[in-house]
Design a binder for this molecule. Structure first.
Ligand SMILES: *Cc1c(COP(=O)(O)O)cnc(C)c1O
Length: 385
């Protein structure tokens, strides 16, 4: 079999997950494992503890609930397990398409979801949430997307948490594209009942594992999930009964082995602080580079987060997103082949095993691709007045 992404230097994924992984992370998968074996179980148990430490908490107050599969699965499990089907009510500030997805997960699980429209393109104003909570005492939980991967805007769980806590409610945090880079200290945020993330974004592991870090006291009062697969309390019961190194159902063992190496590399780099610094440098190199070659980033610099950047599509009639994506791919860079903004754009992930030097090479590749396509007008089409 030939490598479909053969390129020199190797193909970089500039998408906000799954991300470019290191050679050592990939190599850790090249082995067979029996998940129930005594040699494998300590690996899993250690991963669970290390994840808790990254969230700033320990095993007395919080539990790591791993689930096979992607981030949506963990988010569904958190909503099903914590928001009561009868008298629970989940408020979701509409930060972008991941908030809309969270709302859909809640509704399809039969939960009462209320959406809060907010101004686009800037961090969420906590006072809007405070007002919504004051107006509706029936709301039990707020669902917040920390880094909204559709817009690239970061919404502070600390600021939001303050108003949620003051109102005596709980928060479910989608930290999927944040955890491992953006700060998170759950020891100072008792209102966060659960935070959700995956192996394959800022932690730079392989896709296939999702995690929920949940407060033990909230888990003790978990509600009927209405699904065995997505029942966090059942995962926790299983762990306490059979020891912390055991999944309920067949785990992606190779993904877990790779994730352990990814956690080692995260620590060796200097933890979340160092990773955020590198991602921020990546995002800056990209933002500056796009301006230098005449392209227009979607967000003003002060609203732009370090995880993913949207760039306005050039207004030139020669522009075509699929042609552009293919041209970048031939030059060794894979970007998303869709856009997630109201007007045409392309999006570039700044996370994963990439550096500012890679971002500068990407800027050169974009420039060359646009020339090849005959795109002369690089500013966005002016929208009809
Ligand atoms: C990636 C992501 C998810 C989960 O996506 P999956 O494809 O299910 O892993 C959820 N929320 C945000 C903000 C994300 O970036």
């Amino acid at each position: 079999m030939t490598n479909p992404y053969a390129a020199t230097p190797p193909m970089l994924l500039l998408i906000p997950g799954p991300v470019t992984t290191s050679a050592a992370v990939k190599a850790a998968m090249a082995q067979d494992f029996a998940p129930w074996d005594d040699s494998f179980r300590p690996l899993f148990a250690a991963v669970r503890e290390r994840v808790l430490a990254l969230a700033g908490v320990g095993p007395d107050s919080h539990a790591t609930l791993p689930l096979q599969g992607c981030g949506h699965f963990a988010m569904e499990a958190a909503i099903r397990s914590l928001v009561a089907p009868s008298d629970g009510k989940l408020l979701i500030p509409l930060t972008g398409s991941y908030a809309i997805r969270m709302a859909r997960l809640g509704r399809e699980a039969g939960r009462h979801v209320v959406e809060l429209a907010i101004p686009a393109g800037c961090p969420l104003d906590p006072q809007l949430v405070a007002a919504a909570l004051a107006a509706d005492p029936a709301i039990t939980h707020v669902g917040l997307v920390y880094s909204e991967t559709s817009t690239g805007v970061v919404h502070s769980p600390v600021d939001m948490g303050r108003v949620v806590r003051a109102a005596g409610r709980q928060m479910i945090l989608d930290a999927v594209s944040a955890f491992g880079a953006l700060p998170l200290d759950l020891s100072t945020q008792p209102e966060v009942a659960a935070a959700v993330f995956t192996s394959n974004k800022c932690l730079e592991g392989m896709p296939g594992l999702s995690f929920t870090v949940a407060r033990r006291d909230r888990l003790a009062h978990a509600v009927p999930a209405g699904s065995w697969s997505f029942d966090l309390a059942d995962i926790e019961r299983h762990n306490s009964r059979h020891g912390s190194g055991l999944f309920r159902f067949t785990p992606p063992a190779q993904v877990l082995a790779a994730f352990r190496v990814a956690l080692d590399e995260h620590a060796a780099e200097g933890g979340s602080t160092a990773r955020l610094a590198r991602y921020s440098s990546n995002a800056r190199a990209l933002y500056d580079g796009m301006l230098e070659i005449g392209l227009q980033p979607y967000l003003p610099r002060e609203a732009q987060g370090p995880i993913v950047t949207n760039i306005h599509a050039p207004g030139d009639p020669a522009w075509s997103l699929p042609v552009f994506v293919a041209a970048c791919k031939r030059r060794g860079f894979l970007i998303s082949n869709f856009h997630d903004t109201p007007t045409p754009s392309f999006r570039v992930g700044c996370i994963g095993g990439v550096t500012p030097a890679d971002m500068r090479r990407f800027v050169a590749a974009v420039d060359a691709s646009l020339r090849e396509m005959g795109v002369r007008e690089r500013l966005p089409a002016r929208r009809a007045a």
